[in-house]
Ligand binder design. Structure first.
Ligand code: 5AD
Ligand code: FES
Length: 359
């Protein structure tokens, strides 16, 4: 029996087991994917849940070195959807029985922003008769703001840790109090304590990142008892500082492959959490998200931002579907999920089984 198949028999993995799994290739990789597919079928089934993603503003206070909408990038045309555009997008999600929406934007810590989100969350609840689940993904905020939004009806929150290695975190962010690793950890704790289903994630294949960092990320997810994970490959953006290190990266296909292995190993480790097939997978491979589903992911976030603005929410280059309107994306995804042997959980919230069990 190969070393990988022996590791796959174990009920828990050490840092070194994880590194070996992330490095495996060929037949061993096929074995890993077979196992993660089986674990997925057993614990979460073949249903894939939609979260209609509304990227409502690319205005951002932060300056992350990898991100195309960072504050210092003056080449971006900044936009902010009106409330009625956001509500229309939510209505589209409701009419098409998406089950949930995600409100995502650049970071904004102003009181006016906090008020606006509170009001939008209440209005989305109202227009859908409480049917639409609401996930927020609007960065680091105070505990009291998180609580207000939760009370208004948001029930999930996504805040990627980006990397669980503090020193790497400080290499990919400016060295100031607005980009503090410990603050990010505190925010994740606050979200959990407030009662949100809490999601986090990392970027895979960053400059300076090692396999050992990624293995550590997986252990971090497990130790923090997270309910959802979204993670995808690093994709360079020419208007960002990290672009200077583009020659030191893993080849793009390897970053893609490593992302699939991260999803597969995580599914085996945390069998009942929700794992998103990140859109960044599709920026590399036209069937990227479907491949993510096959090896263990169970969530897709179709972009339902009005077509007019999609081009401007470019976190990274080669972002897919920027020329489509929401209705086109939906038709496209129906076909794609069927190809990946999945079934779409229309009209369902598709909550993390892990979270429900904890309750
Ligand atoms: N490549 C891949 N993912 C990126 N993100 C931001 N910039 C990039 C990039 N260049 C991810 C971050 C962020 C999420 C919204 O998008 O992980 O949390
Ligand atoms: Fe958007 Fe295919 S998923 S066009």
């Amino acid at each position: 029996m190969s070393n990988i198949s022996a590791i796959l028999e174990q009920s828990s993995f050490s840092q070194s087991d994880l590194e070996q799994l992330l490095k495996c290739d060929g037949d061993e990789k096929r074995l890993l994917f077979k196992k993660s597919g089986e674990v997925k079928d057993l614990f979460v089934g073949n249903k894939v849940y939609f979260r209609g993603l509304i990227e409502f503003s690319n205005v951002c206070e932060k300056d992350c070195y990898y991100c195309g909408i960072r504050n210092s990038n003056h080449a971006v045309r900044r936009y902010n959807l009106t409330d009625s555009e956001i509500l229309d997008a939510a209505r589209f999600a409701d009419d098409n029985r998406f089950g949930s929406v995600v409100l995502q934007s650049g970071e904004n810590s102003s009181p006016a922003f906090a008020d606006r989100i509170t009001s939008l969350v209440s209005q989305i609840k109202q227009l859908s008769n409480g049917k639409l689940g609401i996930t927020l993904s609007v960065g680091e905020q105070s505990e009291s703001v998180y609580r207000r939004w939760f009370e208004a009806g948001a029930h999930r929150y996504l805040l990627r840790i980006e990397t669980s290695n503090q020193s790497l975190y400080h290499k990919i962010h400016p060295d100031d109090q607005h980009h503090d690793f410990n603050r990010r950890l505190e925010c994740l704790q606050a979200l959990k304590a407030t009662g949100y289903q809490t999601g986090t994630g990392v970027i895979i294949g960053l400059p300076f990142q090692t396999i050992s960092d990624l293995a550590h990320d997986l252990l971090f997810f497990q130790e923090s008892g997270i309910d959802m994970v979204g993670m995808g490959p690093y994709i360079g953006h020419s208007d960002t500082p990290l672009y200077a290190f583009r020659d030191e990266l893993l080849p793009i296909q390897e970053r893609f492959d490593l992302s699939l292995k991260m999803i597969a190993v995580l599914r085996i480790m945390m069998n009942d959490i929700n794992i998103a097939a990140a859109t960044a997978l599709q920026a590399i491979d036209p069937l990227g998200r479907e491949k993510g589903i096959k090896v263990g992911a169970n969530i897709i976030m179709p972009n339902i931002t009005p077509g007019l603005y999609r081009n401007d929410y470019s976190l990274y280059e080669n972002k897919p579907c920027i020329d489509e309107e929401p209705a086109q994306c939906k038709g496209c995804l129906d076909a794609r999920i069927a190809l990946a042997d999945g079934e779409i959980g229309y009209g369902e919230w598709g909550d993390s089984k892990h979270f429900l069990k904890k309750k």
